[in-house]
Design a protein around this ligand. Structure first.
Ligand SMILES: Nc1ncnc2c1ncn2[C@@H]1O[C@H](COP(=O)(O)OP(=O)(O)OP(=O)(O)O)[C@@H](O)[C@H]1O
Ligand SMILES: [Mg+2]
Length: 514
C-alpha cells in the first residue's frame, strides 16, 4: 500500500487532503507561515483523526545519552521487520557481533501486529533549516520514531504492546552483543589516565554444550539449571535472595572445566570475569573488583586451591628475582608493591560472595574450579554458597561418542565396542581422547583416527598396568624392608636381653660371691 493510500485509509479523506496541502506548502511557504500552518493542521488532524501517535525521540533531555527506549524499539523493529522494508540504514554499533546493524531508513514505514491489532511505525529525521553553528557535527539532527494506532486500542498499545516491544528489543540486543573476557589488573595500575580495574578482550571461545563431551543426561541437567536461573528473576525476588548462582567444577586436569565455563558463557550470553586472586592484595580490593563487574556475567576463580590455602591465608609467592639490584628503582618499587604479601582471606572471599551481590542488581554466576576438591575448606563449598557441584572426570563412552560425532562425523562404527571396552578399563582424560581422535593429516579417515585412539588406549592401559605392577612391587619391597628391619630390631633386642642376662648373672654371681 502506497503512502497516500495508506494515509487515506487511516485518517479518512479529509485528513489526507490536509496532509497533502501541508506537504505541498512546505515547499513554497516561508518558515514563519509554515510554523502557523503546522500548528493548525496538527490541531485539525487530531480533531478529525481517530488515530493516536506516540513519538520516541532518539535523545532525551540530556543530548549526550541515547534513549534506551529508542534503541530497544529500533532493535525490535530491525529484527522483526527489516526484511519488509525496502530502504535500510546501516550503522556501525559498538559491541555488536555483526560489522554493522541494519535499521529502517528515514521516512520508511513498518506495519506491526499485536494481538490482532495493527500499528504503524515510521522513522523520521529533521534538520533545522535555520543557519546555526554547532561544535558537534550533525548534533542538530533530530531523529524520532512515531507509533500510530487507533485510539480504540490505547490501553493495549501503551501498556502490553510497548512493554513487549521494549523487552524483546533489549533481549535481542543482549543476544547480539559481543561477549567479553575480563581479567583483573593489579591495583597499582587502577589509577591514572584511562586505567581500569579490569582489562578485556573479545570472548570468542568456540566451546558450546554441543561440543562438550560428557554424559547427555548430566549435560541436560546443567543446561536446565542454567535456564531456570536465567528465568528466575521473579523467583529470586520473591524468596528474597540475590540473583546469583555458584558452581563448583572439579576434576583432574584436562577434563573440560575451562571448556565448560566457556560453554556456559556462550549459552547464557554472559561476559566472563576471570578473577586472578594472586593479583588481589586485600579484601577491600576484592570487593571493589566484584562491585565493578556487570550484570549478566560469570565470575570465575580457577584453581581455587592454589590461590587460598586451607586456613584462608594466601600462599606466598615463590618466585623471587635474583638480580633485583640491577633493576631501576621505580620498577623495583612497583614490583615490590605487587609482590607484597596479600591479605585476601578465605573469610573475605566468602563475605564478598555472600554479601556484595545482595546489593548488586542483575544476575551473576560465580564458578570455582579445582583439581582437588578434598583440599577445599568446607566453608567455601557448603550448599547455598556453591549451589551446584559438577564433577568432570575421565572420558566415558558417552563422552567419546560426542567427540566422534563432532570430530569425525561418525555416530556408529565397528570399532566403537572395542573403544567402549577400553574406556571402561583405563582412565584417559577427554583432552587426551580428543587429541588422539583428531586427524593428524587430511588423509586420515575415521577408521584410522579411531584406530589411533584404540592404540593410545591400549598403550595407556599397558602403562597403567605396568605402573600398578611397579607400585605393587614397590609396596611389597617396602613391606619386605619393613619386615626385615623389624626382624633385625627384634634380633638386636633379643641379643641385648641375652647380653644383659649374662651380665646380670655375673652380677648375681658376683653378688653371691660377696
Ligand atoms: N569434556 C570435554 N569436552 C570437550 N572438549 C574437552 C573436554 N575436556 C577437555 N577437552 C579438550 O581438552 C582441552 C583442555 O580442556 P580444559 O582446558 O577445558 O580442561 P581443564 O579441566 O580446564 O584443565 P585444567 O584443570 O588443566 O585447567 C580443551 O581445549 C578441549 O578441547
Ligand atoms: Mg582449566
Amino acid at each position: 500500500m502506497g503512502f497516500v493510500e495508506d494515509l487515506w485509509a487511516k485518517s479518512g479523506s479529509i485528513m489526507a487532503t490536509i496532509m497533502f496541502v501541508y506537504a505541498m506548502s512546505e515547499k513554497f511557504l516561508p518558515p514563519h507561515l509554515l510554523a502557523y500552518l503546522r500548528k493548525y493542521t496538527h490541531k485539525l488532524a487530531s480533531f478529525v483523526s481517530p488515530y493516536i501517535q506516540i513519538i520516541f525521540h532518539e535523545f532525551g533531555g540530556e543530548r549526550l545519552k541515547r534513549s534506551d527506549a529508542f534503541t530497544a524499539i529500533q532493535t525490535y523493529l530491525s529484527a522483526n521487520s527489516s526484511h519488509r522494508v525496502r530502504r535500510l540504514k546501516a550503522e556501525v554499533v559498538k559491541d555488536s557481533q555483526t560489522p554493522f546493524v541494519l535499521s529502517m531508513a528515514d521516512n520508511e514505514e513498518i506495519t506491526d501486529e499485536f494481538q490482532g491489532v495493527k500499528v504503524w511505525w515510521t522513522s523520521t529525521s529533521t534538520t533545522p533549516k535555520t543557519q546555526s553553528f554547532s561544535f558537534y557535527p550533525a548534533s542538530d539532527e533530530k531523529r524520532f520514531l512515531t507509533l500510530s494506532f487507533h485510539k480504540r486500542y490505547r490501553d493495549l498499545i501503551t501498556g502490553p504492546y510497548l512493554k513487549h516491544v521494549i523487552d524483546e528489543g533489549k533481549a535481542i540486543a543482549i543476544k547480539n552483543r559481543q561477549l567479553k573476557l575480563y581479567t583483573n589488573n593489579p591495583s597499582s595500575r587502577w589509577y591514572g589516565y584511562r586505567s581500569t580495574k579490569w582489562s578485556h578482550i573479545v570472548f570468542e571461545h568456540p566451546a558450546t554444550f554441543e561440543t562438550l563431551a560428557m554424559e547427555p543426561e548430566k549435560k541436560q541437567e546443567i543446561v536446565n539449571d542454567l535456564v531456570k536461573f536465567r528465568n528466575g528473576k521473579e523467583y529470586y525476588a520473591k524468596i528474597g535472595k540475590a540473583w546469583k548462582r555458584g558452581y563448583l567444577l572439579y576434576g583432574p586436569p584436562g577434563t573440560g572445566k575451562s571448556s565448560m565455563i566457556a560453554a556456559m558463557a556462550n549459552f547464557m550470553n554472559y561476559d566472563v570475569y576471570d578473577l586472578e586472586l594472586t593479583a588481589v592484595k586485600e579484601n577491600a580490593e576484592l570487593r571493589k573488583l566484584l562491585i565493578d563487574t556487570s550484570s549478566k556475567s560469570i565470575i570465575v576463580i580457577e584453581d581455587i586451591d592454589c590461590s587460598l590455602d586451607l586456613t584462608g591465608q594466601r600462599k606466598k609467592k615463590e618466585k623471587k628475582d635474583d638480580n633485583k639490584e640491577a633493576k631501576d628503582p621505580i620498577a623495583k618499587m612497583a614490583e615490590e608493591e605487587e609482590n607484597k604479601d596479600s591479605k585476601v582471606t578465605l573469610s573475605g572471599l566468602l563475605n564478598c560472595i555472600d554479601g556484595i551481590w545482595s546489593a548488586c542488581s542483575g544476575e551473576r554466576i560465580i564458578i570455582f574450579t579445582t583439581n582437588f576438591v578434598d583440599k577445599l575448606d568446607p566453608a567455601l563449598i557448603r550448599r547455598g554458597r556453591m549451589d551446584k557441584r559438577i564433577v568432570l572426570s575421565y572420558c566415558c563412552y558417552e563422552a567419546f561418542k560426542v567427540f566422534a560425532k563432532n570430530y569425525l562425523g561418525v555416530e556408529s562404527h565397528e570399532l566403537f565396542p572395542k573403544i567402549e571396552e577400553l574406556l571402561g578399563e583405563t582412565n584417559m582424560t577427554p583432552a587426551d581422547v580428543a587429541e588422539n581422535l583428531m586427524p593428524k593429516s587430511i588423509n586420515e579417515d575415521a577408521q584410522t583416527c579411531l584406530q589411533n585412539l584404540i592404540n593410545a588406549l591400549e598403550l595407556s592401559k599397558e602403562e597403567a598396568k605396568k605402573k600398578t605392577e611397579e607400585e605393587t612391587k614397590k609396596k611389597a619391597e617396602e613391606e619386605e624392608a619393613r619386615l626385615e628391619a623389624e626382624k633385625e630390631k627384634e634380633e638386636c633386642a633379643q641379643q641385648e636381653v641375652k647380653a644383659n642376662g649374662k651380665s646380670g648373672d655375673v652380677v648375681k654371681e658376683n653378688g653371691f660371691s660377696h
